[in-house]
Write a new protein. Structure first.
Length: 185
């Protein structure tokens, strides 16, 4: 089964389209902050959060339960696709319903491999994968540039190195993250 979480008006054929709001006419209407989800364990081969996850889990406790539910419903090897606005872009900052920053560092906290490495080197990163007994590994991360910077990059007016520096110094350089993860069981 493929699941489109928080589908809104963007339903996808051949996916179970889930949303909290009846106005979206989802296939399944559920609040993703109420647990457990009415979805079978190990049933999802793909879970899509397309500009949804940043709207969920304002409290750490609820966010951790969401991560545990994602892991519970995922089959071994399930693909998780997470598209979110960059936290320093107006698309994130301008929406009062965005309650949680989602970025590669946050999601890496749910990787047992990363947790064990950090333990080995005495890093201070929170080993959430070990605490929560989940294992979600990042397999791909794409940073989508804001159109203004994408145009400059395409015209060879800025280099990758300059963009990297700008992303550390400025808002609105990176528009969104597109992250693919894999559930390991």
């Amino acid at each position: 089964m493929k699941i489109n979480m928080g589908c809104g008006q963007n339903k996808i054929n051949d996916y179970l389209n889930i949303d909290k709001f009846a106005e979206c006419a989802p296939d399944l209407q559920i609040d993703l902050e109420v647990f457990p989800w009415p979805i079978d364990t190990d049933s999802a081969e793909e879970v899509l959060f397309n500009h949804c996850l940043e709207h969920l889990g304002q409290s750490s406790e609820v966010f951790f339960k969401i991560i545990k539910e994602i892991y519970r419903i995922s089959k071994d090897g399930a693909k998780l696709v997470i598209n979110v606005p960059h936290p320093r872009h107006d698309n994130f900052l301008g929406d009062p319903t965005h309650v949680r920053v989602i970025n590669p560092m946050v999601l890496s906290l749910f990787s047992k491999k990363a947790n064990l490495y950090w333990k080995e080197i005495n890093a201070s990163n929170s080993p959430l994968a070990l605490y929560l007994n989940v294992d979600l590994e990042i397999v791909e991360c794409v940073q989508v540039l804001d159109p203004f910077y994408q145009k400059k990059f395409d015209a060879k007016e800025v280099t990758v190195e300059q963009l990297s520096l700008y992303a550390q110094e400025r808002n609105n350089v990176i528009q969104e993250y597109r992250i693919v993860m894999k559930a390991l069981k």
